[in-house]
Structures are given as C-alpha cells and as structure tokens.
Design a binder for this molecule. Sequence first.
Ligand SMILES: NC(=O)CC[C@H](N)C(=O)O
Length: 306
Amino acid sequence: MQDCLDDLVLALSAEKNRGKVADYIPQLAHVDPNQFGIAVCTPEGQMYSAGQADTLFSIQSISKVFTLTMALGKLGDGIWTHVGREPSGDPFNSIVQLEHESGKPRNPFINAGAIAVVDAIMMGHEPKETLAEILNFVRFIANDTSICFDHAVAASEMAHRDRNASLAHFMKAFGRLRHDVDKVLGTYFHQCSIAMSCEQLARAGLFLVSDGVNETTGIRVVSAQRARRINSLMMMCGHYDGSGEFAYRVGLPGKSGVGGGILAIAPGKGSIAVWSPGLDVLGNSYLGTRALERFVQHTGWSVFGH
Ligand SMILES: NC(=O)CC[C@H](N)C(=O)O
C-alpha cells in the first residue's frame, strides 16, 4: 500500500494540468495549487499516506456528509421532508430546480440541500450551539480533538454570500427554512470552513467503511443500514453534476469539496482522502479524481471490482 501511494505521488507530480483553485471564496484563492496529499486508513486504523497528507485544508462540501449524518440522527427519515435524495445533474450552486420543485432541494449535497439540512439540525438553537455540536461530532468521528473551524474562510464566504443567500432566501420564500437566513448561512459557512488534513479526514470516514462502526474505537456511529444509505447518496450525488463521471472513473462513494479534497469510501476495505486544490470545471478536485482513479485501478477497491 505504501509503495502504491508513493508511486501515485511521483506520477502525479509530473502532471501539468492541475485545474483551477476556487476563487469565488477569496480566502481559498490564495492556496498554492501545487500541493497534493493522500491518506488511506484501513478499518483497523492502519494509516498509509504520501505527499502533504498532514497539511490542513478547507474541507468545504465534504462537511455535508457529516451534517447529513447528524441530521439523520436527530430527525431520522424526517429529514427527507426537508431535502430529496436524487442526483440533481446540475451544478452545486444551481437554483433552477428549486423553482420547479417548490423550494425542496434535490439532495443533501448540493448547496441548497446542505443549507436545508443545517436549518433542520439547528432546531431552534443559536448558531453557536449548533456549531459546537457539528465540531464535536467531527472531532468524535475522527477521534481527534484538535480539529477546528477556519474563521477567516467562513468570514470570507459570508462576505461573498450572494449566491448562497439567493438559494436560502428562495427556499425561505417557499416556507422551507425555519431560521433567519443569515444565521443559517453563518452556520453553513462555518461547517464548510472546518480545516482537516487527509489523515484526519480518512479517519473521520472510517464509520462508513465498517457498516457504521468505527472499529478503531469500537464505537457504533450509525446503524449498518444508515451507513449503506449515506454511501449510496455519496455515490449518486457526492460530485454534483460530475457524480456520473466520478462513478465511471472511480466507482466508490465519494464526496468532494471546493477546497480540493475528496473523501472516498471503499466499504470493508478503507477510507481514502485526497487533496489537490485545483478543480475541474464542475468544482471537483482535478488531480484528486485522477489519483483515486489510479488508486482503484491498482488496488481493485472500486465497489465494482477491477
Ligand atoms: N462545492 C463546495 O464545496 C461548495 C461549498 C461552499 N462553501 C459553497 O457554499 O459554495
């Protein structure tokens, strides 16, 4: 495994095309695109990594997997009255379906869906309380209390929130959000700003590898059925309108973020986190996707085999 990751880093360092760093969040525009990290954690907690696997980056939309998990814990199937579970085939920040579908987002991983999920888990609480809960949950699943928000990234998104604010106000107009739009957005932007390394992220994914149990701590995070369902959603919706392409190339449940990270789950085999800040036109990590494609070719870890 270690040789496989070292070879990957070597092969990808020669790659000239690295995509483009997200610049609609000014704080992310400063990130050096020539960085790459990968970490693989086995169900028993054995960690293999290469490149900049302990450098912190903004997990952005990968956080949507964690808030969905929390929402399912709090509301159970009730969450599906707030958000759907079908692929959207549209960009992550698209507004078009909301009008046709009376303000109900297609799935929890597009921005509108994640905003609806965070509104649902706020349940009358102040943003501070919800944020403490989100951070505690991420620290718990990653078994790492050092994980924090990056307040500069959250503030940068809040200052440039027009697009997400449009989605939120549109949903609110349909009676879909219970809380004040700016409070929901502030919470959402902080959740997206969580800074983690590939190694921390790979650990956080372990409960999805082993039927809902983090085998390294022995703690059941969700039921086996729930883990399977979250993985299904990641496979179908985790890369927005690039989900089909990701399934074609990689064949694993995966969730991307505009910080350039991808968390991929190989059920029963391991949790894989990659990071390369340059994005393709759909907002998914360019080199990260290619790294995972090579990784599954080498290991046969795709859920569809070699
Ligand atoms: N795809 C993403 O990672 C998007 C998350 C980002 N915080 C946004 O709302 O635009």
